[in-house]
Design a protein around this ligand. Structure first.
Ligand SMILES: [Zn+2]
Ligand SMILES: [Zn+2]
Length: 287
């Protein structure tokens, strides 16, 4: 599993072409500035530059989909490039010769002549954003509603200890073991617990696995969303710096454990005042 959707396109080195044959040969001439940029900051690093070949089908009115032709072989300067398993740009950076004296790199893209689909191809200079820039993209991106996450608590037997007792839930990220700053989850995850966006991105900067640390399902960058429930908790103003856990009640409401020491009141902070009854109605085995 990998993730490429977030690469910033710096330049179309070869603008999209529609090859008429199943073998394309391109001489890629890079300017000295572009070669310097790639040499100074390589794509495997945050903020690094790289060169990608992208292939996609564009049929009728549907949006273009990244799809590889059958039996695809990509070579640069007669050396084979690693073709990823599915639907991703092909990173050819490692095969380029980036020297002033050798400013023409030969790209060969070849596939099975039996594949009659119409492909488009382009070569791009891309830049990988820094972890902080990627965290900001998540922060300004989609939110999974608090009510949806709360509903997962009601169904997540792994965290609900007993139906009538509140459960202590850690606010530490399973990746970095530090208190979560921007709570984040994969769109396809159905568990209650979340993780910290920055810690997850830093880990994938190194490992490139893009796998949810809670359930190990694929969680590529483009599927990451803010966890509205934990966002609400962490930004409620009701937690002290020393609060690394919250108590979550059977209906999904919560409170800071430290508040129990001081107050003799019903220790419930409802996440919303209106949602709870709706949620309970949706649960088949309502408590
Ligand atoms: Zn998960
Ligand atoms: Zn795993």
């Amino acid at each position: 599993m990998s993730s490429f959707a977030y690469f910033e396109i710096i330049a179309h080195l070869i603008p999209p072409i529609r090859p008429t044959m199943e073998h394309v040969l391109i001489c890629l001439n890079l300017t000295a500035e572009k070669m310097d940029a790639i040499n100074e900051s390589y794509i495997s690093d945050a903020d690094g530059y790289g060169v990608q070949v992208r292939l996609y089908i564009w049929e009728g009115s549907t949006a273009p989909t990244n799809t590889f032709p059958d039996n695809l072989v990509v070579q640069v300067n007669a050396q084979p490039c690693v073709v990823p398993e599915t639907q991703q740009p092909i990173d050819i950076t490692a095969n380029l010769i980036l020297e002033q004296s050798h400013n023409s790199n030969k790209i060969s893209v070849k596939w099975s002549s039996g594949d009659s689909r119409i492909f488009f191809m382009s070569v791009l200079l891309v830049k990988k954003p820094s972890v902080n820039q990627m965290v900001d993209l998540i922060r300004n991106g989609r939110i999974m509603a608090a009510e949806s996450v709360q509903k997962m608590f009601l169904l997540d037997d792994a965290v609900r200890m007993t139906p009538h007792m509140p459960t202590m839930i850690s606010l530490k990220c399973p990746v970095g073991k530090k208190k979560i700053q921007l709570p984040c989850r994969g769109l396809n995850c159905s568990h209650f617990l979340c993780f910290d966006a920055g810690a997850y991105l830093e880990m994938n900067e190194r490992l490139n696995t893009w796998e949810c640390p809670v359930c190990h399902k694929g969680a590529p960058f483009e599927d990451l969303v803010i966890d509205g429930y934990f966002y609400h908790i962490l930004n409620s103003g009701l937690l002290g710096n020393g609060d690394f856990e919250v108590l979550v009640y059977k209906d999904g409401s919560w409170c800071a454990p430290s508040s129990l020491l001081h107050k003799n009141v019903l220790p419930i902070t409802y996440i919303t005042t209106t949602s709870l009854t709706n949620i309970e109605d949706d649960i088949p085995h309502s408590i």
